[in-house]
Each structure stands twice: as C-alpha cells, then as structure tokens.
Ligand binder design. Structure first.
Ligand code: DGJ
Length: 732
C-alpha cells in the first residue's frame, strides 16, 4: 500500500520506494502538512510534529496558542482564510462575503487515477494509487478536492486540485494553483532553467533562497523559451551525486507560475500551477474546475538523482507507451536544407541522399503550402507550383525509396494573407481590429470548439490520402493579446491551451500511425504537457553544436534524453563557427537523432561517414531510451562536458566526452564514471581494457587512456559488462 491513513492521529502517509509524504487533519479540521523527504518508518508517524510557533498569527480560539492558521504548514491555502503567506487559491464569491476556511470532510483511496478533463496528466500505469481529500468551506458552498497520485517506483507524487461551486449562483476563481506545500525551514537553493529563443533552458540558475518571494513564471501563453515549468529546491550542499533535492514540474504548456516564499518564520512555501495573471474563471452553480497536474519528486542522491526520477516518470508515465522505449525515426528535415524554397524535386533528391546516410524518415518542413510566411497557415492547401504531383504521389515516391514520410504543420495559426484570416477576423485572438504582427501570423481562437473542428477537418482533408508516419507540430507565436470575441478575457489563456490539446488529440486520432514531434519556434514549449502528446520535442532552432551543449545539459535536469530531438546540421546557422563532423555527431546524438542540412550537396565519402553515424546512433539508442543518465562534467566548467548513460541492468554504458575549450590538460584529466555496478568487470570497447566498475567509479581514469584515438573535441565509447566476474579474474 503506497497510501496509508492512521485513524487515531488522522495522519496520511504517502510512500514511494525512497520517499515519504505526510500530512494530517488537524484538531480544527484543517489539512496540515508534516513532512516530505526521505522515506521514514510508519511507526514514527504518530509522533511527527512540525508545528510552528504562534507568532502574530490568527487563531480560531483565543485560548489556543498552539495552532495558528497563519503559521502552520499547509497543503492548501485559500486567500483570506487567516494564512499570512501566498495563497494557492483565490475565490471571488461574486462580491459576497463567504468563509474561506476550508476543512476536511472526507477522503478516499483508490487504485489507479482519474483522468483530468481536457488536460494531459501522468498516466495510470496499473500500479499507481490515488488519495482524494475532500474539503469544504464553513458555509458548505464550495468544495475543494485535493488529489495525490503516488508512483512508487519513480518516487513521484502527482498533485492537482478540483474546485466545485456547490450552491452559489456564480463564483470566480482568481487563482487556482495545483500545489501548496510548506517546508519547515529555508535552507535550500532554488534551481530554474532560464533561457531565450536559441538558448532555451541553457542558463541554469542556482541561487540560495532568500526571505520574501522568488520563483519563475510564464505569461506568454506557452511554457516559453525564457523559462520552464520545472524547478528544483535542493540543500545547499547538494551536487550531482549527493544532497536532498526536490523536483517539481507542471504537466501544462501554457502560463504557469512557481512561487516560493520564505516567510517571516523562515519556513518555505511552494505554490505552483497555472499562472493567475490574466486568469479569472467563472464557475456557475454545479460547475467544477480542474487544475493542471504537478509532478513532485525527491531524492537524496543530489540533483542527478532527482533528474533520474523525473526521467523515469516522464518515460514510464507521461509519454505514450507505444513510443516511450521504441526506436525513433532518424529523420532528414528539409528546413535548414531549403527553408521555404522546398520543392518536389528538391525533397526527392534530399531523400535519395538521405537514403545513403541510413535515414529512415524524410520530413517536409515549412513551405509545402506557401512560398513565404505571409500565406497558407490556416488554409493548408498544398502549393501546386512547388509540388505539381501532389503530396500523395510525393509520399509514395519517398516510400518507394524505402523511407517513411513526415510533414510539418502549424495548426494553431492563420497567416495574414490566408483565406482563414480574411474570412474569420473574429476568430483570431487579438484585442484590436488590427492585431499585433508577429511573423505575419496570428493565433486562431481555439477557445471556440468550432475552430478546433474546422482546422482539424481542413488538415485531415488535405492529407487524407497521404501516407504519413511523422508530424512535426510547430507553433511560432506567443499569445501576445489574450482577447477573444468568443470567451471571457480571464479564461482565454487556459481555454486556448485546452483548445490546443483538443486539436492535438483530434489530429492524433485522424493520423493514428503518425508520431508527433512538437516544436515551438525551436524549444518554446518543452514541457510535460506536450510530452503527453509527442514523445520528443525539437529542442531549439539553434543547431550550432557549441550552443547545443548548454541547451542539452540544462534540458537534462528535467527531461530524459529520449525527448530531446537533436539534428546534425551545418552547425553554422547562428554563429558562423564551424566544427568537425565527429563533434557535431556526438552533440546531436544526445537525443533522437536526425539530419538538418542539404545532403544532396555532400560527396559520397561524407554520406558514408553520415551513414556510420546513423548506425552508431542506432547501436546506442537503446541505452539512450531506457538508461540512467549521470552528468559527469558540467559545461559550466568552460572546459568539458561529459555524461555517462547506463542501462538499467548495468551491463552497458555509453560514455561521452566533449571538449569545449582547447586545454593543455585534456588527455590527463581524470574522469570518475558513475552508475556502474562496482563488482562487475567492464570492457572499454575502444581500447579493449577491462576494469571493475569500482575502479572506474572511484579511482577514475584519464581521458587519454579511455580512447584509442587521441584528441578530438567529441568522443564517445561503450563499456560492456563481461560475463566473467571479479573472483575469476586472477591477474593483477
Ligand atoms: C520553427 C522551427 O523551430 C523550425 O525548425 C522550422 O520548422 C520553422 N519554424 C519553420 O517555419
């Protein structure tokens, strides 16, 4: 049983393999948080107390100095209930004055979990368990349900909240966060993934918590290039290997807010979920609102342990099972080869060269229904001048080469010269009759179901007879003007997101054999919400390998490698810097691999080299899809970046070493490997040397002794466990 309830003390204990999460029903029926961290024994539950002093906080009885709403640790905090810290829920009772004190009414525990209406969420894996705690305000007019689903193996607890207007004619939710959790003390560092277009998630920020408010948020209608819904709190001494680390992420792709407040008593409140900026949701009598889900994990194996929990959870429970551990297409994507200038002939010649490189899927990127960014979006009619034989024939020709066919879509947008835009001005999200311009395109108002249907049907009709195995789903504009003629202002951001998810669902149903890779002007929507629909996401438009090292490293804090789509490209598109093929390959093999350059211009020897890369990627792909990732050297060292991925059974490990700057001591630098089995013998497949896991992890090994070839800015080797064991190995 992952979830237990101590009747005597009214304490809930949620256990995963390594963690415990504990809260109770306090004397006056508030829900009081007690503990989250390393797993503790059930026998201790009765004696846990984390109650803070009274300290100028409101209390319910004058006589009691023990319990103050303003200082105890909470699991939910409704504004104006007497708590003095940031609330997780704000309700406007339509101007009426109604009690905001929510008290425990009932709870139930069940196997599995419920779906969250219209939103992505962690899937029912057959063994998860859910605790549902029901609270009501004193007037019994509003009900709040707190959901906790426990994923034992992954050490993850997922939380969301449901708010129900039971009896009032109308109330407004002004804030509806998914998680409120109070930590005793504030001795933590906060880690967030900041960035911008072309360097998404590459600026890892680690700062000590300070008194007052801190956190990160997005208000652009997408999880954004600038930051990410993921964050971590870790003890000050936490490094990659040791130290307490809490990880949080939101299964949502729109506006989010992670608030961390260190209060006057030096306790730490965490509130996360949907952003309340621009949010005001009307609930009529009987209506309910379900928040997005937040994934929480804890590890005492440092930031690395936290990441591995997150990786396991995303792969096991968020990504669709049929893709999670299956080999991914090796694509050639037309974008950086042709940009808008793509034609039938160019794509076919790209396909022919790609075939020689071990590619298996040809992706027709932007340009198949337009010549530039002013038209086509919203209408999605193939450009007959560029593709005179049509897409059905093109796909057949590509299939006859033994390759699969993929296509680019940007279904959420209408271009300025499109028919959709001309005829449906009311159906564009904008505050003015002349909306703000951004890449000549506008957001279709997907808060209206009719538009979701219209776009789904148009795309499905255009591609009905085309055999498609892969869809690249792009989104190149933020929600700059959250105003709709069809939905109330305070509901636009969230309703638009629900519309996007509905459209994703609809397109998936109509193209059941096509795997979707999402993208948003590069990596502007890299979040667990998107991963529910697409097992991999285009990480960035920046394919310069030097820049990608940082993007990949930052992304790996929260997301498994199998989700980070990476392409081997000219590598000069943004910086003008050039780099070797091997270096570009090593960096691009960080995740699902592909090519993004005009292969038809390359000589045969190069195509053969590329084929070697495709084969090498395939050989190592299984470890990438299933293994545990250990970050060995951070690129922030300014010298090297290094990883090792180890298969779950610890029989194979892939070691990657990248030199960022030329140093005089590269070959003599000692690297200590991680994650191997101490008592297994491992063969270095490059040098043939056999060493124990214990030696490789503790003594370490010089870079120069790891590889047969010396030098090279990107190097990779495989270690394979030998059937021999240490006892049989006599020679010293
Ligand atoms: C932005 C994407 O990130 C690129 O890969 C490409 O698909 C372009 N959009 C096409 O407009």
């Amino acid at each position: 049983m992952a979830i237990s309830f101590c009747k005597e003390k009214k304490v809930f204990k949620l256990d995963t393999e390594q963690t415990s999460y504990i809260f109770c029903v306090s004397d006056n029926d508030f829900i009081e948080h007690l503990y989250y961290g390393k797993r503790i024994n059930d026998v201790d539950v009765k004696s846990i107390s984390n109650r803070q002093i009274y300290s100028f906080g409101a209390k319910e009885q004058e006589s009691s100095r023990d319990f103050s709403i303003g200082t105890v640790l909470h699991e939910l905090s409704v504004a104006s209930c007497g708590d003095l810290r940031i609330p997780s829920v704000i309700i406007d009772f339509n101007g009426e004055s109604v009690s905001n004190r929510f008290r425990y009414r009932a709870h139930k525990v069940y196997k599995g979990r419920k779906a969250i209406n219209g939103l992505p969420y962690s899937r029912d894996n057959g063994s998860c368990e859910t605790l549902q705690v029901e609270l009501e305000n004193d007037a019994n007019t509003v009900r709040i349900l707190l959901y906790y689903t426990v994923y034992e193996r992954e050490n993850v607890i997922c939380r969301y909240v449901e708010l129900v207007n039971k009896t009032l004619p109308c109330i407004y939710l002004e804030k509806a966060a998914s998680v409120c959790i109070d930590f005793y003390g504030c001795d933590y560092d906060l880690i967030t993934l900041e960035g911008m277009y072309l360097c998404e998630r590459s600026k890892i920020q680690r700062t000590p918590l300070r008194k007052g408010f801190q956190g990160n948020a997005s208000i652009v209608g997408a999880s954004s290039h600038h930051t990410n819904p993921f964050f971590a709190l870790c003890s000050k001494n936490a490094d990659e290997n040791l130290g307490e680390t809490y990880g949080f992420n939101i299964v949502y792709s729109g506006n989010f807010k992670n608030e961390i407040e260190v209060d006057r008593l030096c306790d730490t409140r965490v509130v996360c979920g949907i952003n309340d900026v621009g949010f005001r949701w009307k609930l009529r009598r009987g209506e309910r609102f379900e928040t997005p889900e937040v994934v929480m994990t804890f590890s005492d194996e440092g930031v690395g342990g936290m990441s591995r929990n997150m990786h396991d959870h995303i792969r096991n429970n968020i990504i669709e099972r049929r893709y999670a551990f299956c080999k991914r297409p090796i694509v050639i994507n037309s974008w950086e080869a042709t940009y808008f200038d793509v034609t039938e002939n160019k794509l076919l010649s790209l396909a022919k060269s790609a075939k020689e490189c071990g590619v298996d899927t040809v992706v027709l990127d932007d340009g198949w229904f337009r010549k530039n960014d002013k038209s086509g979006l919203g209408d999605f009619f193939v450009d007959k001048e560029k593709f005179p034989s049509g897409l059905k024939k093109l796909s057949e020709d590509i299939h006859s080469l033994g390759l699969n066919f993929g296509i680019w879509l940007e279904p959420e947008m209408a271009a300025i010269e499109s028919e959709f835009y001309k005829n449906h001005e009311r159906n564009i999200l904008s505050t003015e009759s002349k909306p703000l311009v951004y890449r000549n395109q506008f957001l279709i108002d997907l808060t209206l179901d009719e538009n979701v249907e219209k776009i789904k049907n148009r795309i499905s009709a255009e591609l009905a007879d085309v055999k498609i195995e892969y869809i690249k789903w792009d989104c190149n504009r933020y929600l700059n003007e959250a105003s709709s003629k069809n939905s109330p202002q305070g509901e636009v951001f969230h309703r638009q997101m629900l519309g996007v998810y509905k459209l994703l669902d609809g397109i998936k149903k109509n193209f059941p054999d096509a795997m979707i890779e999402t993208c948003s002007g590069g990596g502007g929507r890299f979040d667990p919400g998107m991963l529910y629909y697409s097992p991999q996401i285009w990480a960035s438009d920046n394919t310069d390998p030097f820049a990608r090292i940082y993007i990949e490293y930052g992304t790996s804090l929260a997301y498994p490698k199998s989700t980070v789509s990476c392409h081997f490209s000219e590598g000069v598109c943004t910086s003008g810097r050039r780099s070797s093929y091997d270096f570009r390959y090593i960096v691009a093999s960080f995740g699902p691999f592909g090519y993004e350059l005009d292969l038809s211009k390359y000589p045969k020897e190069d195509l053969e080299k590329f084929k070697e890369y495709s084969l090498k990627y395939r050989e190592n792909e299984k470890i990438m899809l299933e293994g545990d990732l250990y970050r060995l050297i951070s690129p922030e060292s300014d010298e090297f970046c290094s990883y090792i991925e180890v298969s779950k059974d610890k029989t194979r490990a892939l070691f990657s070493f990248i030199e960022i700057n030329t140093t005089g001591h590269t070959e003599s630098t000692v690297v200590r490997l991680k994650g191997l089995a101490a008592d297994k013998l491992y063969k270095n497949e490059s040098t043939g040397q056999i060493l124990t896991g214990a030696a490789l992890m503790n003594v370490g090994i010089r870079v120069g002794d790891l590889f047969k070839e010396k030098g090279g800015s990107g190097r990779q080797i495989l270690f394979s466990a030998q059937s021999d064991n240490i006892e049989n190995k006599k020679e010293y």
